[in-house]
Design a binder for this molecule. Structure first.
Ligand code: SAH
Length: 254
């Protein structure tokens, strides 16, 4: 049988936020390849081989998946969220580009998923209604100076900024450094949202301002949203406000 490789994302966590196309791909797989905690979200099927790995060896994992597909297996590579956003799709294509030329003839497909930024935005209202950007604060694969340059450019362009990978035990100070850099450019009153475990049953939202933003609120399951100058709060009695960014840069219409 001809092998295949599908790269999928399980969404932010809740089963309903996994797409039906992803569910189908998972059900048809003979082999699942991915980081252990993401594989744990996938219902167990009889006769399916699971190849769990640690999170730091993306290229090796991609090569392993391609080797299995070349042997005729129906392989699914599993990421969280969307597989193309700071995740496995790039590693798979990098492995194809640099690996066995025969891999280019394989049947490889990517299924989109609900990325953390979209799940987090939905928890708080409509913060991504204007222009926005996503920046990963992880400097495992790029220099911190690159991250600082992009943060500065995003602040100067007045994008709403979604920060992925805002914190880790190995890099406790970087989110604080990022906030300092943004404070030098953006208003102190800019809304900042820490959305933890968005799109799951354990979601927690902490809302503050750039002036008061405390990096201790973020962990590896948190998406940080930093507003644009146009981002607004709609107050509610006894509940935290909705947050949205108007579509119009002229602000709120009368
Ligand atoms: N491919 C994933 C992102 C991987 S990077 C996606 O599309 O969502 C990992 C980072 O994503 C985490 O450090 C965190 O910042 C964010 N993240 C992933 N799931 C999340 C969730 N349910 N809630 C909030 N942030 C999440």
């Amino acid at each position: 049988m001809t092998g295949s490789l599908v790269v999928v994302g399980t969404g932010p966590g809740k089963a309903e936020l996994m797409t039906p196309a992803t569910t189908t791909a998972l059900a048809l797989a003979t082999d699942l390849v991915g980081y252990g905690p993401y594989l744990d979200r996938v219902p167990v099927t009889r006769d399916q081989c699971r190849h769990a790995s640690d999170n730091r060896v993306e290229l090796d994992r991609a090569r392993h998946a391609l080797t299995l597909a070349a042997q005729g297996r129906q392989v699914v590579v599993v990421s969280g969220g969307d597989p193309g956003v700071f995740a496995m799709a790039s590693a798979v294509f990098e492995a194809v580009e640099t690996g066995d030329p025969a891999w280019r003839a394989l049947d490889i497909r990517v299924e989109p998923g609900v990325t953390a930024m979209l799940a987090a935005a939905a928890e708080v209202g409509g913060p991504l209604g204007g222009d926005f950007c996503a920046i990963s604060l992880s400097d495992n694969l790029k220099a911190w100076t690159t991250i600082e340059r992009r943060l500065r450019a995003a602040a100067e362009a007045d994008f709403v900024i979604a920060l992925y990978n805002p914190a880790s035990r190995a890099r406790p100070d970087q989110l604080g450094t990022a906030f300092d850099l943004l404070r030098a450019i953006k208003s102190a009153e800019t809304p900042v949202l820490f959305v933890r475990a968005a799109g799951t049953a354990e979601t927690k939202v902490a809302m503050t301002t750039l002036a008061a933003a405390d990096p201790a609120h973020a962990d590896m399951r948190t998406l940080v949203l930093v507003g644009a100058s146009t981002t607004r709060l709609v107050a509610r009695e006894g509940r935290s406000p909705w947050v949205y960014t108007p579509r119009s840069e002229r602000g709120v219409r009368p």
